[in-house]
Design a protein around this ligand. Structure first.
Ligand SMILES: Cc1cc2nc3c(=O)[nH]c(=O)nc-3n(C[C@H](O)[C@H](O)[C@H](O)COP(=O)(O)O)c2cc1C
Length: 429
């Protein structure tokens, strides 16, 4: 590859750290939204990425190659058959991330079929790095069952993510779901994809990403006492929350970890408050977050808080009897919803977890419903079988505009993906 890495590097100004020095291939296809690829290229360059533009023949009808060449300092690639060598193999090896924005219905159809009839599809087939698509099309095209099944197929591929589309006005003046996610939002979603990729190797030390940020993380189960020796609890191990606290502290954050009853070591550099019940966790949260939650930049609610507690825990050990035993349960407060409803403005950033027995689309829908109901910024939705008590996990990070795959991999890897995501979101202001 002919490189102008230093040109891109020279344009860095206050970048989201995790795109610094990353090699991103920006693939543009033939939508009216192609002009937004120029804005996206700028955002990526400002974030410190090295951007290689690729355009389909149709994209060249919408946006002149000089625009992207001028911005990126690199020649636009659009031909399979130019020069010696195999451009798709070379591009796939070079890329740490492929961003297809805008992605047309036709491009998605070609990709879903595994076709390789142009430089973008051939490169995508060859690439083993994360691939992010930002679809853009008329709502009627997006809603068509064929496009929907192509989108579902692409979403299922490991390492592939769809960012948007979103609801809004499209080129024809019609309104609906089909508008491309705004370039700044696409750029903000990319660090999490890179963090999950083994090929990522950013040049900025991880320690700086959350420097000066204050994070509160809850972890583990709660235990609701029935009597002095018995309790109602759940199978949360606390490993995910502890991994997030450890990852955030390694990235320079000041971390308060509120832990339910677990036997895990406190991660280095983390302040820990131990609690048992949901009500104790609520008090510890009030203490850690302060008046108006002003003491935290972000809250990660990873704890599996009991929905109910015994109405009247017995002060003496309950004795064995011969008949059935009925215990009255009363609902616990929904700690995350309380905070979401009380929040004024955008801080603290609220990240919740949703463990469900559902999977696939149902799991994502449950995560999105929780996000809206609890008025939070992002939800990690995972299947109980993937998450409870395990060392490895996989999940989907549901935000207002996107669904990003997390893992599969160790909880440490997923924690790093989440703290990279938080760092990028907090940097947005
Ligand atoms: C004015 C105009 C606007 C278009 N906008 C879109 C669009 O937003 N999304 C889309 O999927 N196709 C759109 N198309 C159709 C694509 O350009 C067409 O399917 C083309 O073959 C896509 O090629 P590509 O995927 O190789 O870029 C548009 C076509 C025209 C003429």
């Amino acid at each position: 590859m002919s490189g102008k890495e230093d040109t891109a590097q020279a344009r860095v100004s206050g970048p989201p750290a995790s795109l610094v020095g990353r090699r991103i291939t920006l693939c543009v296809s033939g939508s009216i939204a192609a002009y937004k690829a120029a804005v996206l290229a700028r955002a990526l360059l400002h974030a410190g990425a090295i951007v290689q533009p690729v355009m389909t023949q149709a994209a060249l009808q919408f946006l002149g190659r000089s625009t992207l060449e001028g911005l990126t300092g690199r020649p636009v690639r659009s031909e399979m058959f130019e020069g010696p060598g195999e451009p798709h193999v070379e591009l796939a090896r070079w890329s740490q991330l492929l961003v297809l924005a805008p992605a047309t219905a036709d491009l998605m159809a070609r990709l879903a079929q595994g076709r390789a009839n142009d430089l973008i599809t051939a490169t995508a087939l060859c690439a083993r790095c994360p691939v992010a698509l930002a679809p853009a099309m008329h709502p009627a095209m997006w809603e068509h069952p064929l496009t929907q099944s192509n989108a579902a197929r692409l979403r299922e591929l490991p390492g592939w993510s769809l960012l948007g589309p979103v609801f809004g006005e499209v080129a024809s003046g019609d309104e609906g779901l089909g508008r491309m996610l705004e370039p700044e939002q696409i750029a903000a979603a990319l660090p999490v994809l890179l963090a999950g990729s083994e090929q990522s190797g950013g040049s900025q030390p991880a320690a700086q990403l959350l420097s000066g940020r204050r994070l509160v993380v809850t972890a583990g189960p709660t235990a609701e006492d029935l009597d002095p020796v018995r309790s109602l609890t759940n199978r949360s191990s606390g490993k995910m929350g502890f991994a997030i606290a450890a990852s955030a502290a390694r990235r320079g954050a000041q971390v308060t970890l509120i832990a339910g009853p677990v036997a895990l070591e406190t991660p280095a550099g983390v302040s820990r408050i131990d609690v048992r019940s949901a009500l104790e966790m609520r008090s510890a949260l009030q203490q850690a977050l302060g008046e108006g939650a002003a003491l935290a930049d972000a809250l990660v609610m990873c704890a599996a808080v009991a929905d109910y507690r015994p109405q009247q825990p017995s002060t003496a050990k309950l004795k064995r009897g011969t008949g059935t035993l009925t215990i009255e349960l009363v609902p616990n407060p929904d700690l995350l919803a309380e905070l979401g409803q009380a929040r004024v403005g955008q801080r603290p950033f609220l990240l919740g977890f949703a463990v469900e027995t559902a999977a696939g689309g149902e799991l994502i829908a449950a995560g999105r419903a929780k996000l809206v109901r609890k008025k939070v910024d992002a939800i990690v939705a995972n299947a109980a079988s993937d998450a409870l008590g395990t060392d490895d996990t996989r999940a989907v990070l549901v935000t207002r505009d996107a669904e990003l795959p997390l893992g599969p991999g160790s909880k440490q890897l997923v924690a790093d993906q989440l703290t990279e995501f938080l760092a990028a979101r907090l940097q947005e202001g």
